[in-house]
Design a protein around this ligand. Structure first.
Ligand code: PLP
Length: 388
């Protein structure tokens, strides 16, 4: 059994996260609750299941601990974790009905966009792409009474454009649609979409939440469970998208340090953005924290405590120069993904492939928690060498 501390005081969010809500194992008084691995549970003699657990696919106590922590961070009434960020996102889309119209961003997490264009349509969903950062365009794309879901990603891959969540929620709600926000890159540390009016917030918990590049997981949270949410929950129970207990445990452990990791990544990303903005080999730096970034004003409004750990640089000399620079780094890891303690560099167009809106001279940077001077020196040398 796990005991929860009584909420005698309103501890701050950072305190609650640091202690993973203060759960203690009742049997041993261990400060870290055990990992619950059982797939099945003993029925009471009177045939009831008083513990609340019946079988491992619908539910698991370690998974519930992760969900409670996520719900607390997002100010949510309910949260669920799934086996990946993609399974969390698709759980939302697949809870819609055939014929439903949905509006999604033109520029968003690439493989999810590809799934929406290539597969979601086979389920009868009518998918419309729009630049969600442009509120007039968003308002024009949403069809009152017909659009059931507006999906936004902010800051969005790989240009880090910002969508005004409060305004998007307004537009969606006036048309009778729900707003879901992929908040992976902001993390719950920097943005709380539900407080801004979103109905559902989604995370690839693989990224900042876990933060150590060793768990693939997803999360969804809602402020007010309605019919759409109930269907998502039912689907997770019956279709089996639940995260495994070991992964849920690692995710909880990762989340305990998330505020510190995200703060460090934000500080370094901001410093790198400033320095590379004046770099002779760099044509453009894309970072919401720069006053020159088109999403800066919205970022100031809805991101608290930093502008994120993600930035992109566009390199003079085009695609070849960008790939060459990435080839020469020694400290940055040449890898996809983001949000881990180690810094990653990626020639994004190479992974997105045909039809990608990503410029070919773009390098995507996920800033980790290493010394920012080392990070700068390594990439500076790689950029200069690539052109010598
Ligand atoms: C990684 C990512 C996803 C997909 O998550 P997985 O855990 O890889 O399935 C979705 N959205 C964003 C913004 C991501 O970075």
């Amino acid at each position: 059994m796990t005991s929860k501390p009584s909420p005698a005081r309103a501890w701050t969010m950072r305190t609650q996260i640091a202690q993973a809500l203060g759960n203690v194992d009742e049997t041993t008084r261990g400060v870290v609750p055990p990992i619950h691995v059982a797939t099945t549970y003993v029925r009471d003699p009177d045939n009831a299941y008083r513990s609340g657990y019946i079988y491992g696919r619908p539910d698991n106590a370690t998974v519930r601990e992760a969900e409670a922590l996520i719900a607390t961070m997002e100010g949510a009434a309910d949260a669920i974790v799934t086996g990946s960020g993609t399974s969390a996102a698709t759980a939302v889309f697949l809870a819609l009905a055939p014929g439903d119209h949905l509006v999604v961003p033109k520029v968003m997490y690439w493989s999810l966009r590809r799934w929406l264009m290539a597969e979601a349509t086979d389920w009868g969903l009518r998918v419309e792409l729009v630049d969600t950062a442009d509120l007039d365009a968003l308002a024009a794309a949403v069809r009152p009474g017909e659009t059931k879901l507006v999906w936004v990603e902010t800051p969005s891959n790989p240009l880090w454009s910002l969508t005004d969540i409060a305004a998007a929620a307004d537009i969606a709600h006036r048309a009778g649609a729900a707003l879901a926000v992929d908040s992976t890159c902001a993390s719950p540390v920097l943005t709380q979409p539900l407080a801004l009016g979103a109905d559902i917030v989604m995370h690839s918990a693989t990224k900042y939440m876990n933060g150590h590049s060793d768990v693939v997981a997803g999360a969804l949270a809602t402020a007010a469970p309605g019919p759409l949410w109930e269907r998502i929950r039912r689907n997770r129970t019956t279709l089996g998208q639940i995260l495994g207990p070991f992964e849920a445990f690692l995710l909880i452990r990762g989340m305990r340090t998330m505020p510190l990791r995200v703060a460090a990544a934000c500080a370094s990303a901001a410093a790198l953005a400033e320095r590379f903005a004046g770099h002779p080999r760099v044509a453009e730096v894309l970072y919401p924290g720069l006053a020159s970034h088109p999403g800066h004003a919205v970022a100031r409004k809805q991101m608290k405590g930093g502008f994120g750990g993600m930035l992109s640089i566009r390199v003079h000399g085009g695609e070849r120069a960008a790939i060459d620079a990435a080839a020469r780094v020694e400290l940055w890891k040449r890898a996809t993904s983001l949000g881990g303690v180690e810094s990653l560099i990626e020639h994004r167009a190479s992974i997105e492939g045909e039809g990608s809106p990503c410029p070919t001279d773009l390098l995507r940077l996920s800033t980790g928690i290493e010394d920012v001077e080392d990070l700068y020196a390594d990439l500076d040398r790689a950029l200069r060498a690539a052109n010598d």
